[in-house]
Design a protein around this ligand. Sequence first.
Ligand code: GLN
Ligand code: ZN
Length: 772
Amino acid sequence: MLTNNLGYPRIGSKRELKKACEQYWSGNADLQSLVQTGRDIRKHNWELQKAAGIDLVPSNDFSFYDQVLDHSLTVGAIPKRYHEVILNKGNSELDLYFAMARGYQKDGLDITAMEMTKWFDTNYHYIVPEFLKDQQFKLFSTKILDEYNESKRLGVKTKPVLIGPVSYLLLGKEKEAGFDRIDLVKSLLPVYIDILKKLEEQHVEWVQFDEPFLAMDLTAKDKAAFKYVYGEIKKHFPGLKTLLTTYFGALQDNKDLTLSLPVNALHIDLVRSPEQLAAILAGIPAHMTLSLGLVDGRNIWKNDFDAALSLIKTALDKLGADKLMVAPSCSLIHSPCDLDMETNEAVLSVDIKQWLSFARQKIDEVVVLKQLALNEETAVPDLKANQSANALRRTSALIHNEAVKQRVAAISVKDDQRGKPFASRQELQHEALNLPLFPTTTIGSFPQTPEVRSWRAKYKKGDLSLAEYDALIEKETEETIRFQEDAGIDVLVHGEFERNDMVEYFGEQLAGFTFTKNGWVQSYGSRCVKPPVIYGDVYRPEPMTVKWSAYAQSLSKKWVKGMLTGPVTILQWSFVRNDQPRSVTCNQIAFAIRDEVADLEKAGIRIIQIDEPAIREGLPLRKADWQEYLQWAVKAFRISASGVKDDTQIHTHMCYSEFNDIIGHIAAMDADVITIECSRSQMELLDAFADFKYPNEIGPGVYDIHSPRVPAKEEMVLLLEKARTVIPAAQLWVNPDCGLKTRHWEETKKALVEMVAAAKVLRESVEEAVTL
Ligand code: GLN
Ligand code: ZN
């Protein structure tokens, strides 16, 4: 039995890589020191894993930005627009690489970055490969060979990790019409053969091929490509040990295909799908080794050794120890680095800490599981400790709150229904709110200047008293209200200056949430996030936003929107409990938000926005599972929004533009108004509204807040005219794409003035039409 690891966090437990990259980018450090930081991290990771007892330690899992981009460089899939960067003397391979990741604005060149998108259903983003019809591939970067040799020199014989050829192609995008990227597999394969030949010359033993698409829906062509490439690889390298890894889901209908591939070992995710083990054991060919993904690479909970051991035992009985590996479910890049760094008990209590396990601890768990499976006496104390920690967690009063459980269990049909249907509510709201046609508003946040952030830092450090801090936030809020009034915006916001982050702010005030000091996970490039941990039943001990919303409303005769984050987004951007279904946790959060909505209404707030930017990214990877998710996600939103009177107006907001395939469910959320990102796709989204008559009011974002560019009134008028062809005037709002917190004041003010002017042009055109 071998212990196997698929990938280890590369950011460094103190985010060393982030700091080194940013220093290099800003010109404050040279290439040499960046390269050295990379070397130090790899050495640390390899030695740590080897010392812990991992047999198959990965290499090439390190990356300065993203492993998919590494691979594009490896196989020479470098879009033409970067060729000038290569030719530019003085640029290293890393400079070219960062140019692809981040764009290149130097030496009179202005080259855009490659597109970035989410890695399956994680919060990690990868750089999308770009393919042309006559795409050529050739071995360009030798990173994989260099890292393998580097590890060997350090006395750790590693297992190089490659993105498998089929998944690599499927992760990419065709950049011109007239071909299917999977057809490139014939020209891509020779590069793999080349790499493997060179690795074999260096006496590599195992090579890992990541093929997560084997757990997704595949076409007949994709399946044929799998058969072709792995058949060819075996033909060329009969002596090489190949490990095919799948994760994030079950093989399901791809099981027979996968088991028919001529590879030496197969890795499966038994955390996401423990039930797939039986079917795989029934069909696995005699020569194939099975790597059991037992330790959750996606979450922060301590493993349940008893449950894992029972799966190992089932596999042992069938396959024997020689044909088994024990492993985390997927690469550990989705876990924070090291729980031992959490020494501040005021942040993470010891009671909760004992239930957790980060990457470093997960490595130990894998090793202990193997020892226990082989009946090694030395591991028995670890088993006892694991059992007692998990037993405490099952019954802890910190986690379990009967009142919360009962409230969720007692959900009735009334809880997710507004009083009257939308058409009647709309009339009541128009009367009560008295807004003009094409009302203007913003999404919630205004610029979070370094100054605003410094106040929060000072307050946390104790350099500002609460009263001083509040006074500063009050002043900033008041100025923002005045600006919006002067600009002529119809529905105001308070600006969100008191918030650090739209999930953290709520997590800090809800029961059942905790935080970490160093629980960083890579999101993209040098950007890391520190998700809150939902460990227990969630409820709202006290109002969370009423003070600031009521204050802002008291400053103006115009309506000021209350601003909340929705239950699905809070769930999606946190580490969640694994001891109950996600839907149950989501409903608990929904009731907490519902209570907040009710208190805002009581405080005189008549328009309340519940943001759900993450609702789409929660979609399951397999289409067959979409309905179930959408049903509970939409219901949770409705629970949070339905406790108000009919003339209180509920808004929601979503970003990232691919909503076309779930538009019916978005309508089912039944928000009175939705503001939605779509200016970057030039209102492509509106096609969906042409086919599907969206029943409620809607504000398709009229300018892109991700860029400092100030759009002219005329541009926005054009977009709005386009929107009017599919959305009736009485339903149309005018607003930016998303919150303004990353922008500067200067461009924000200018852009909003133009936006208000655009709305006026539209109103005038309607008046003219009426008088004609
Ligand atoms: N209300 C939030 C803001 O304006 C919404 C952020 C988001 O959509 N991601 O910042
Ligand atoms: Zn947004």
